[in-house]
Each structure stands twice: as C-alpha cells, then as structure tokens.
Design a protein around this ligand. Structure first.
Ligand code: FPP
Length: 244
C-alpha cells in the first residue's frame, strides 16, 4: 500500500515490547517463553505496517540496561535474535523489508552480531518497510555517542562547534535520516520511556495499551491507528482556528 502524507500520516512507529515475562508467568511458564512467543507479534506487526504503508517500524529488543538480567535470560534473547533472523530473513527479503539496527552493536555477541550484519547487508537494497531493531540500545547512550562523535569532529577541525545545532545532533545519531517516530507504543500498561529514543520521541504521540506483547495482534495496531488519528499534533504550536 502507498505511504500516507500530511500531518496525520503515520510514517513511523516505535514499539517498546513489554510484558513478555508476565505473559509467561501467567501461564506457569519460564519468563523466557514470553520472549519466544514475542516472534508472532513481531511478524504480525511487520505485516500490518507493510499493508498500511507505514515506512518505519522500530522495535526495542534489548536495552543497554538489559545486560543486568540473569545471564541465562540474556543468552536466550541473543539466541532468539539469531533464530529470528534465520527463520524470517527469506520472507522479510521477499516482502522488500530493509532490516536495520541501532545501538552499541559492536558489543553484541559474535554469532548474533554476524547474523544481524549479514541480514542487514542482504536487505540493504530493499525499498519496503524499514524494520529497525534497537539492540544494546539506550537513548542516553545514543545521545552521548553522538556528542562524542561531534566533539571528535570538532577537535579534528572538521566541524565548527558553533554549527552544532539540533540537525547536527540528529545527523550524528545511530541512524541518520530516520524520521522521528510519529507514534510510540508501549504494551503491558506500563507508562515509561525506559531510555528509548529520548531524542527522537520529543513530539511523538504516546499509546499505552494494556495488552502484553506476546498477545499483541493486528487489532491492537488498528486501535493504535484509530487513537493516533484522533490526536491533534501541534508540535508546540497552536491548534488551527476552529478545531479546539
Ligand atoms: C520486555 O518484557 C521485553 C524485553 C526486555 C526483551 C524484548 C525481547 C523480545 C521481544 C524478544 C527478542 C526479539 C528479537 C527480535 C531479538 P519483560 O521481560 O520486561 O516482561 P515483564 O515486564 O513482564 O517482566
């Protein structure tokens, strides 16, 4: 489907996939089974975005703080990353999905890191949905890394410090050129950013459905779209006369 344009267009969605552990515990299962079950929700979200002409879907898969979880859970998620790529890469490629990642990727374990780099390379020429996996990602880390990059360019005389404006900072983030998310969804009823896209979400609409991530399906995205369409985005300005 063709992408939308105009102020109500939903070009970019970012999702904090929360509630996997609670979903599993609620079924008497180990927490990691919730992470395993997350794949269906991811696949369904990718399909829905493709159908609706959403251009960017960003998924918070592993944060810079998630290393503090038990080692067994961390390695399970890393194995899941490899498995997810292996199980889905052919279909994603066929659907013209371009896979991207953001975060401190060099610190990912070698196996999943290699699988990720190969998948990114394989889909680099695709022109469909940009699917971004946020991995070893933290919003503060991203801003700190951008500041470091800009400072080093300035120290080398390649950048005038006086020219560092918001655009320059945006361009120094992990994925320059990525549009800010129009809508940030966090499942499971929690209402926090948890260090996700702190710079980019400055004017994002926020939506917090109660559903746990492994139960998240296209009807929840339909609801999210409806809520998004009912919002009036003002970006710090005023509502157009007669609308409010
Ligand atoms: C939040 O649920 C989920 C995470 C911290 C990990 C997200 C990981 C996945 C969705 C699976 C990995 C997918 C890929 C593509 C690598 P939680 O564990 O914090 O749940 P809880 O709040 O109920 O405990």
């Amino acid at each position: 489907m063709k992408s939308e344009s105009g102020p109500r267009a939903l070009r970019s969605i970012a999702i904090i996939m929360d509630g996997n552990g609670r979903w599993a515990r609620g079924r008497g299962l180990r927490r990691v089974e919730g992470h395993r079950a997350a794949e269906t929700s991811i696949r369904e979200s990718v399909k829905w975005c493709g159908e609706k002409g959403v251009e960017w879907l960003t998924l918070f898969a592993f944060s810079t703080e998630n290393w503090s979880r038990p080692r067994s859970e961390v390695s399970f998620i890393m194995r899941l990353l490899s498995g997810f790529i292996q199980r889905n890469i052919d279909e994603l490629d066929e659907e013209r999905v371009k896979l991207l990642a953001m975060g401190r990727l060099a610190a990912l374990p070698e196996g999943p890191g290699d699988d990720l780099r190969r998948a990114i390379g394989r889909t680099a020429g695709n022109d469909g949905l940009r699917l971004v996996l946020a991995l070893n990602y933290g919003g503060r880390a991203e801003i700190a890394d951008a500041a470091g990059k800009l400072a080093s360019e300035a120290a080398q005389g390649r950048l005038d410090p006086a020219a560092i404006d918001e655009e320059a900072v945006s361009a120094a983030l992990y994925l320059p050129g990525m549009p800010d998310p129009d809508l940030v969804i966090r499942t499971s009823g929690e209402q926090r950013f948890s260090n996700f896209m702190l710079w980019q979400a400055a004017y994002s609409e926020l939506y917090f459905p109660e559903v746990l991530w492994p139960d998240f399906r296209r009807e929840h995205l339909d609801q999210a779209l409806e809520v998004y369409r009912s919002r009036q985005r003002r970006f710090g300005g005023l509502a157009p006369a007669g609308t409010r």
